[in-house]
Ligand binder design. Sequence first.
Ligand code: NAD
Ligand code: ZN
Length: 359
Amino acid sequence: TKLNINLGERSYPIYITTDYNGIGKAIDDAALKGKYVMITDTNVDKYQADECMKAFESVGLDVKKFVIEAGESNKNLDTVRQIYDFLITLKLDRNATIIALGGGVVGDIAGFVASTFLRGINFVQIPTTLLAQSDSSVGGKVGVDFKGHKNIIGSFYQPKLVYINVNSLKTLPKRDLSSGLAEVVKHGIIKDEEFYEYIDENAEKIMNLDERVLQYIVKVNCSIKGSVVEKDERESGLRAILNFGHTIGHAIETVMDFKLLHGECVSLGMVAVFNLANYLDLIDDYATQKVKETLEKINLPVSLKGIDVEKVYNQMFYDKKIVGDKLKFILPRKKIGEVVQCTLEDENLIKKAIESLDN
Ligand code: NAD
Ligand code: ZN
């Protein structure tokens, strides 16, 4: 399947496939003719890089590989500098292409490098985690962490193409698979009730990596995220709905010292926000319960024993998406598939929602 993200001059295709075989043709179709450098990480290098490199070789593409250490703690300027050093030795010009093979960490760093090296060279994403395939590879946000602040340095930079092989998820640790599913469920909740139902009904097939189901899930995800991004490329308004579950989720992520995965925290954040909307009579008990059950089916946490409510509450004010000193929430409205953005000032109610996770 092929999907297009329509951003005028910056439009690009997303290929959703079950192997790496079509990558050469995709690069050819995008008329990327210079030198090629693949950035990957130590885990992806072990499990996915050979097969992908073979696909490049089979069409005669000479791709140089640079492997960075896996893990969020390496998503920083030191790694960026190492990559710049490598690129300089290759004497690249502006026609060069950086190919990111990996999860969100590799995509964010490689994209940042591509956006800055020589004031911008071509960028291709081959995402290998569910999070990257259904969320981070679409939208053009690239960047790195700095001094403990997540994603604080970066830019908006669209790839020339995204090539997804859903079977690359076969080697992904199950915990990362579930974590990525949190964003998938989020996309259903904010935009598409039918899709949400599909995830709920097919949870087992998803967990068993049924390639047909995965292709469908990834396709719908990319088109939901794509449609939001098309209307608001640089996050001035609508794109904020993608932060559903993230205001509380991010705060939990930080307070828990990043011991929980991002998607696990988003799962907790979504449960808390459904409870919050439930207190406000925006959504009924049935939908609130149902979301919890869906999340449990895909092995995501829906409670956090001993959660430090005060700490999480205070941490929310450090979110870089806060404008002024008011907390904004994306809340479900009436049913799954619809959300509304609200500024809330009832401190006790917000704390009650965070506390609801402690059971
Ligand atoms: P990740 O890139 O760290 O990947 C998770 C783990 O899986 C890593 O250990 C990685 O080495 C390994 N891995 C990846 N693919 C594999 C495969 N196919 N087989 C075996 N192991 C594999 O993490 P992630 O969850 O993909 O991404 C998280 C990052 O994405 C965060 O830094 C976050 O800030 C960023 N992000 C960016 C956006 C955006 O819009 N740019 C959106 C959401 C998240
Ligand atoms: Zn997220």
